[in-house]
Design a protein around this ligand. Structure first.
Ligand SMILES: Cc1ncc(COP(=O)(O)O)c(C=O)c1O
Length: 247
């Protein structure tokens, strides 16, 4: 009997994905080696990474539009700080929409880097709706929102039209609906809700917004480094990436 998990945490994955990924643990592509012991620099695994990154852009309709897809580690929670590290200008500010628990976690990390403006909030009504009628200051380095508020159950149906770079945490609704993804400059999502097991985070970023903060960024936290190394700056989490590709 197929059971469902209504608790916090990971999603249900298709049985055929489990079968194929389980087989890859035993013997990956008839190589005589497990996916877990083959080199991540091998032809077979590089092909997995390349296909996974390309498929993300294809599924989101972002091919050839200046975006890069990365599979990083550290969960969506690490993106809460990588976003301001990479996008908030020195002495700059960033605008956030406060729609619940995860938005708050993102706001908390941004405060380490500079002025963090909450331009709209539904906190006083226990986050029972998405705030409307807010404006985004023109001097904000970026605007951050959470497309689906996993705990409060609210979802953004539309996104502000703005010239400010638009950043969205899509951890719990990525690939669940068709929208115009080209309105976003950076999207991130932990794999475990909609794609695969925990351990990798999808980041889709428009390259032209990077490298503009004036701040020096440690390599592992620098999106430009990860782009330059085709998402293989260090040893990637091969199993969650392969499983996400199959899904
Ligand atoms: C919308 C949203 N953002 C961020 C997170 C945190 O993700 P992670 O556990 O990958 O850091 C979650 C986890 O449930 C989430 O639902």
């Amino acid at each position: 009997m197929k059971k469902h998990n209504y608790s916090a945490g990971p999603c249900i994955l298709p049985q055929e994905v489990f079968q194929q990924s389980a087989q890859a643990i035993l013997d990956f592509n008839n190589s005589g080696l497990s996916l877990l012991e083959i080199s991540h620099r091998s032809k077979d695994f590089v092909a997995v990474m390349d296909e996974a990154r390309a498929l993300v852009l294809e599924l989101l309709g972002l091919e050839g539009k200046g975006y890069q897809a990365l599979f990083l580690a550290g969960g969506a929670s690490l993106e809460f700080l990588m976003v301001p590290y990479n996008l908030m200008k020195i002495d700059g500010k960033a605008a956030y929409l406060d729609t619940g628990t995860w938005a708050n976690s993102a706001i908390k990390e941004a405060k380490h880097f500079g002025e963090t403006m909450i331009v709209g909030s539904s906190k006083s009504e226990n986050y029972n709706h998405i705030p409307k009628d807010y404006s985004i200051p023109a001097d904000a380095s970026y605007f951050h929102c959470t497309s689906n508020n996993t705990i409060f159950g609210t979802q953004m149906k539309s996104f502000p039209k703005t010239n400010t770079p638009l950043v969205c945490d899509m951890s719990s609704d990525i690939f669940s609906r068709v929208i115009d993804f080209s309105q976003f400059d950076l999207i991130y999502a932990g794999a475990q809700k909609n794609m695969g097991p925990a351990g990798t985070t999808l980041v889709v970023v428009k390259e032209e917004i990077l490298g503009k903060t004036g701040r020096s960024i440690p390599s592992m936290l620098d999106y430009q480094q990860h782009v330059a190394k085709e998402s293989m700056y260090n040893t990637p989490p091969v199993f969650p990436i392969y499983t996400s590709l199959l899904t």
